[in-house]
Design a binder for this molecule. Structure first.
Ligand code: GDP
Length: 428
């Protein structure tokens, strides 16, 4: 089956021209579709009519559900395009029009793009919440509170002659603005949404030959890394995207962290360290045939560090858990595939716990930049609170509100639209 969607003032004209008449609004109706020029029946299908503004784009919309064959689609599309004023839509144009007509805010449009692109169930759930206003409502609530605080401060300007009003109103606004600062700071620190959208970054680290590439291969179930007995063969970062029980994770094999012998390897090590610094979790692979794991973690990582004792098939007797490692400890054999299920289970539980809960997260760099700008502006306003006069203080708060407004598209976003809607495909 194919669906043709038409939007704009000519949608009704085109539908009438092909189907003979307009169906009852929002009800599917069986219709013979004719070429308006020749009268030839091109196909039989379902016609729907959504008069604006109660439509997806806010404009008049028509939809034709027709047979999916190439010739049928070409014939019906060709006939539709003979109607003056109609042209093929650009990528994301339906969503863009919906935004411009106030049917959705910018975060919802982004959520829709994410929903279409979602690969895992966790991504789908998060994107769905965004597509239907989760973040947008939160941001509008923040902005509303700022605007109220601004009005209180401005009350001081309007009633400048009445002595008690200014001080009283400003005093009322201050705790509200301080609370907002705390909420924005917490939202910026919250990585849960990004963890779901972009996936958890899991770095595999360890000495050369510990079995890092073998582990990556075993988890990816395909050959992506070169496994060799030669220390230092993993010259580049190798990344694999995994779906761990509905959670996206990116696994990075870091180059053997040791003194570099060649420049290429030094670069690999530099990048490995940088990637490890961003990781949500570091897996330290230790070769058990070299003896027990070191008592202390050999690298400092901000993220939790798990100890994986590899080559358990070669180790005589299992070593006792190392007490000083705070994180999880597992033994496995990457080469034989032993202990991998336990590992993937632990990984997916780790991500699920971190990503837990329904939360209006700041998902994208764009959201974070707006929130950060608003946060900095509010912090500045609070720091200057008693020194600034009412007008300047109100202006500071207005700038913070503007920064938030850009996130939902309530304010000045013309320059952003191309960036946001470029992600969509035709027909969305
Ligand atoms: P890396 O340098 O840490 O990436 O280590 P590799 O994955 O290249 O592995 C180094 C060597 O150890 C290779 O010869 C692997 O076949 C071998 N190896 C990896 N895992 C195991 C294992 O679980 N058992 C045994 N016996 N050998 C392994």
């Amino acid at each position: 089956m194919a669906v043709l969607r038409l939007s704009g003032p000519q949608a009704g004209v085109a539908l009438t021209a092909l189907a003979g008449r307009l169906p009852e609004p929002r009800r599917a109706q069986l219709a013979r579709l004719r070429d308006p020029a020749t009268g030839e029946v091109l196909d039989q299908g379902l016609a729907l009519w959504f008069p604006g503004p109660r439509s997806a784009t806010g404009e008049d919309m028509a939809e034709l559900q027709i047979h999916g064959g190439r010739a049928v689609v070409a014939a019906v599309l060709g006939a539709v395009l003979t109607v003056p004023g109609l042209r093929p839509a650009e990528a994301g144009e339906f969503t863009r029009r919906a935004f411009l007509n106030g049917r959705m805010d910018l975060t919802e449009a982004e959520g829709l793009a994410d929903l279409i692109a979602a690969e895992t169930q966790a991504q789908r759930r998060l994107a769905f919440a965004h597509a239907f206003g989760h973040l947008g409502q939160q941001v509008e609530a923040w902005r509303g509170r700022l605007i109220r605080a601004m009005a209180l401060v401005e009350a001081g300007i309007d009633f400048a002659d009445e002595d008690d009003v200014p001080a009283g109103a400003r005093a009322l606004a201050k705790p509200e603005v301080a609370a907002l600062l705390e909420e924005l700071t917490a939202a910026l620190a919250d990585r849960r949404g990004a963890l779901v959208r972009e996936g958890a970054l899991i770095a595999i680290a360890g000495l050369p030959n510990a079995g890092k590439s073998s582990l990556l291969n075993a988890l990816a179930r395909r050959e992506v890394a070169i496994v060799s007995d030669e220390p230092g063969t993993t010259r580049d970062l190798l990344e694999v995207a995994l779906d761990l029980d509905g959670h996206k994770a990116t696994l990075v094999d870091t180059a053997g962290l040791r003194e570099a012998e060649s420049r290429v390897e030094a670069e690999g090590i530099r990048r490995a360290r940088a990637r490890m610094a961003q990781a949500d979790l570091v897996l330290w692979v230790h070769d058990l045939s070299d003896g027990p794991a070191p008592a202390e973690p050999p690298v400092a990582a901000e993220a939790p560090l798990w100890l994986l004792g590899n080559k358990v098939d070669r180790a005589a007797g299992l070593p006792a858990p190392v007490r000083s490692w705070a994180g999880h400890q597992l033994t496995l054999s990457a080469a034989r595939g032993e202990g991998l299920e336990e590992l993937t289970g632990a990984l997916s539980r780790f991500i699920a716990e971190r990503a837990a809960g329904e939360h209006p997260a700041l998902l994208r760099a764009r959201h974070r930049a707006s929130a950060e700008e608003a946060r900095a502006q509010i912090a500045h306003a609070l720091a200057q609170w008693d020194r600034l006069d009412d007008e300047l203080l109100a202006e500071e708060l207005r700038l913070a509100a503007r920064a938030l407004g850009r996130m939902t598209g309530a304010i000045g976003v013309e320059d952003l639209l191309d960036v946001v809607f470029r992600e969509f495909c035709i027909g969305k």
